[in-house]
Design a protein around this ligand. Structure first.
Ligand code: PGA
Length: 256
């Protein structure tokens, strides 16, 4: 698990799920779990439309709020359907997920676009959670390491290493997302160590403080062993973040 400077972060990516009522119930149950300041952080990333409501429900709690996406446009303007980083900040977000594999796969997001989003997120005062990870085909062809390093370097060359002092990376093997098939703790640790080593080549201090989350079928019953790995500093959780008990169990695993 995280060294002392890297407080574990357990982030819930709700994706395009739920209703306002479901969300209210989920938040009220989670607030009981995170009633007092803890050594780990919990972050909720609801759909845009629920951010305002969730922010209100989270008042007086230690749970953080984040978004799942943002516009790559640096300035406000006539961009129908888009949401600017400053708007997310305005409604209480402190984090934003960038470059999730579903955005890369279904919305054609390229490394360049992801790098632009990373920059506009930081310019708006948000901490980007940069998602990287290989597909099943790449995994089976033994390309995991080259794909992951390539995705990282593509962003690094645009934003510079200093930008990683205020960022989080999430390693999410695409074949493990929503499939119930998790990377083994050893497999995940190996990639996390590689990610840290890649940043370390540019700046060792930034690298040792960087939080690297694992994502892909994290559940209450596998969280502890994943989080016990040296370079796994938390989880980016999809399906299990929609079930209060399951997400609470993952959070609990991060505390011990
Ligand atoms: P999952 O999703 O936990 O449902 O596998 C993870 C993610 O997409 O961030």
């Amino acid at each position: 698990m995280a060294v002392a400077t890297r407080a574990p972060l357990i982030a819930g990516n709700w994706k395009m799920h739920g209703t306002l009522d479901d969300s209210a119930e989920l938040v009220s149950m989670l607030k009981k779990v995170v009633a007092r300041p803890k050594d780990a952080q919990m972050l909720l990333c609801p759909p845009f439309t629920y951010l305002m409501a969730v922010r209100k429900w989270l008042k007086e709690s230690n749970i953080l709020l984040g978004a799942q996406n943002l516009s790559h446009q640096p300035d406000l303007g006539a961009y129908t359907g888009e949401v600017h980083g400053s708007m997310l900040k305005d409604v209480g977000c402190s984090f934003v997920i960038i470059g999730h594999s579903e955005r890369r796969q279904f919305y054609g997001e390229t490394d360049d676009l992801v790098a632009q989003k990373f920059q506009v997120a930081q310019a708006a005062g948000l901490t980007p959670i940069l998602c990287i990870g290989e597909t099943l085909e790449q995994h089976e062809k033994g390309k995991t390491e080259s794909v992951v390093v390539g995705q990282m370097l593509a962003v690094l060359k645009t934003v510079g290493v200093a930008a990683f002092s205020n960022a989080v990376i999430a390693y999410e093997p695409v074949w493990a997302i929503g499939t119930g098939r998790t990377a083994t703790p050893g497999q995940a640790q190996k990639v996390h160590a590689l990610i840290r080593a890649t940043i370390s080549k540019h700046d060792a201090t930034i690298s040792s403080a960087l939080r690297i989350l694992y994502g892909g079928s994290v559940k209450g019953d596998n969280a502890k062993v994943l989080l016990s790995m040296d370079d796994i500093d938390g989880g980016l959780v999809g399906g299990a973040s929609l079930k209060a008990e399951e997400f609470a169990a993952i959070f609990q695993a991060a505390l011990n």
